[in-house]
Design a protein around this ligand. Structure first.
Ligand SMILES: C[S@@+](CC[C@H](N)C(=O)[O-])C[C@H]1O[C@@H](n2cnc3c(N)ncnc32)[C@H](O)[C@@H]1O
Length: 201
């Protein structure tokens, strides 16, 4: 048994939180807002028809778009309410309820490794701190040869870039690129967001 995700702890305090989150993104999509910056970034990294894991996929905004772009997408999230929404809104991908700290894709029938694993929308900062290295190790282990992990999260949310870089090294990952935005602006130590592209060391 691992420490519960901070997201799960938040939902236990306020069970409406998941429904609020789903509706927020449905409303933004209905209003025609551009919600696909991360998907364009990931899509540019891989050949057509690649295998992509959306780790901490939430209601499927990113994985759903990558599936529409022709990739074979698996999305994993610990919140069953969000996964139900992903299934309803984005039927072109496979959606699984799992804790990334206890990732077991084989049990769910997913046995092939991934060309890209993407963890967007501050997922890293919602992990229980005691599980961060475990999660990064699990994600590293799900990468195909030459595969890459992309993680994007904000500064000031309890997980410093310095600690993240140290944890990725412990998990056997090497940093390829550090950016400050999904539209490719360079990262500096005082940037308020990090998009890290990593590979197995
Ligand atoms: C702010 S949401 C982002 C959702 C999605 N990635 C996006 O960008 O729209 C953070 C997500 O991280 C997920 N999460 C946090 N800890 C997790 C864990 N240990 N295992 C699986 N999912 C987790 C939460 O359930 C939640 O869906």
């Amino acid at each position: 048994m691992v420490e519960k995700s901070l997201w799960t702890q938040q939902v236990e305090k306020n069970p409406e939180h998941s429904h609020w989150y789903i509706q927020r993104f449905r409303d933004m999509a209905a209003a025609g807002q551009d919600l696909h910056g991360e998907a364009r970034f990931v899509d540019a990294m891989v050949p057509r028809g690649s295998r992509i894991l959306d780790a901490g996929c939430g209601p499927g905004r990113l994985g759903g778009e990558l599936a529409r772009r022709g990739h074979a997408v698996v999305g994993v999230d610990v919140d069953p309410v969000l996964i139900e929404a992903a299934k309803a809104d984005h039927p072109g991908a496979t959606w699984l309820v799992q804790d990334l700290a206890e990732l077991d894709l084989a049990t769910a029938g997913v046995t092939e490794p991934f060309d890209v694993i993407v963890s967007a929308g501050n997922v890293m900062t919602f992990l229980a701190p005691s599980t961060r290295r475990l999660v990064l190790g699990n994600l590293a282990g799900a990468l195909a040869d030459g595969g890459r992990l992309v993680a994007g999260f904000g500064a000031g949310r309890g997980y410093s870039a310095e600690d993240f870089f140290a944890d990725t090294r412990t998990a056997g990952l090497a940093l390829d690129v550090a950016l400050a935005t999904w539209d490719l602006r360079p990262w500096e130590p005082d940037s308020d967001f990090l998009v890290a592209v990593l590979r197995r060391a």
